[in-house]
Design a protein around this ligand. Structure first.
Ligand SMILES: *[C@@H]1O[C@H](CO)[C@@H](O)[C@H](O)[C@H]1NC(C)=O
Ligand SMILES: *[C@@H]1O[C@H](CO)[C@@H](O)[C@H](O)[C@H]1NC(C)=O
Length: 246
């Protein structure tokens, strides 16, 4: 029944599954959480997935796939062992099943040391000899970056050039420059870089002009995770006395 389903992939799939497998002895559903899982970077998380009824998955093939990747294997358990071939490289050594739970249909995945690139949709696909089903769970990764570092770049265009930089964010944050009254300053374009683990570094130049306080704030914020970090800088003497030619 399963082989036929593979040949006839596509929209007919669900209908065929119903028709062909109608009299199959071993039917099950694959279930998991309907809400997204919010994971804090660096933590270990469980991606829940289980069979209903709670029959044993020990003789089945359990696949965990990250649907946002073309070559999407996160984990495979087949013929009573873990198959490491074709695993997405950055999951290597970070994924496992609770093998002692398989006999009661618990095929949850353990993912350790969550990183930015782990965000995505994960499909838990379980196949027996005569049946299969799957469930997809969404994982959101949350990382609050470093306190912004402000450096003074020197005199520029009649003002003072400043640079602000903050690293380790997920999702991608926004960086704004503010004066002491909280008014946005016009600044250069934000420059964003994503590292191999999927975390974002953002930096942005600004040229500030003399104000009555000479206090300026760099704020890095991510509204989706409701987090912000900021650093204030005070420049006692901003514009030097003009040099008078004699
Ligand atoms: C399987 O489910 C039944 C009913 O939902 C429950 O009574 C039983 O304890 C479960 N078995 C295992 C091994 O978890
Ligand atoms: C599956 O096993 C994990 C790890 O022991 C546990 O946290 C989770 O609650 C189990 N899920 C079900 C449905 O029993």
């Amino acid at each position: 029944c399963l082989e036929l389903l593979y040949i006839l992939q596509g929209n007919h799939c669900k209908l065929l599954k119903l028709l062909i497998c109608l009299f199959s002895s071993e039917k099950f559903e694959v279930l998991g959480p309907t809400d997204s899982i919010v994971a804090v970077a660096g933590d270990d998380i469980i991606l829940p997935c289980y069979l209903k009824p709670n029959i044993s998955a020990e003789d089945m093939t359990v696949d965990w796939l990250n649907l946002d990747f073309l070559d999407s294997r996160v984990f495979r358990y087949q013929n009573h062992r873990i198959i490491r071939e074709d695993q997405i490289l950055f999951y290597s050594g970070r994924t496992s099943l609770y093998e002692e739970e398989l006999w009661r249909g618990n095929t949850s995945l353990k993912l350790t040391r969550v990183q930015g690139t782990d965000e995505g949709r994960y499909k838990c696909l379980i196949q027996s000899k005569s049946w299969y089903d799957d469930f997809t769970v969404q994982v959101l990764v949350k990382a609050v970056g470093s306190k912004p570092v402000v450096s003074i770049e020197g005199h520029r265009e009649g003002g003072m050039g400043l640079l602000c930089e903050s690293e380790g964010w997920h999702p991608e944050p926004e960086l704004v420059w503010l004066d002491s009254k909280g008014v946005h300053l016009s600044a250069g374009l934000p420059e964003t870089h994503r590292d191999l683990d999927g975390f974002y570094t953002v930096k942005r130049h600004v040229i500030v002009q003399e104000t009555d306080t000479n206090r300026f704030t760099c704020r890095v914020q991510q509204s989706r995770i409701n987090e912000k970090m900021e650093t204030e800088i005070h420049l006692p003497i901003l514009v030097p006395n003009p040099v008078v030619d004699v």
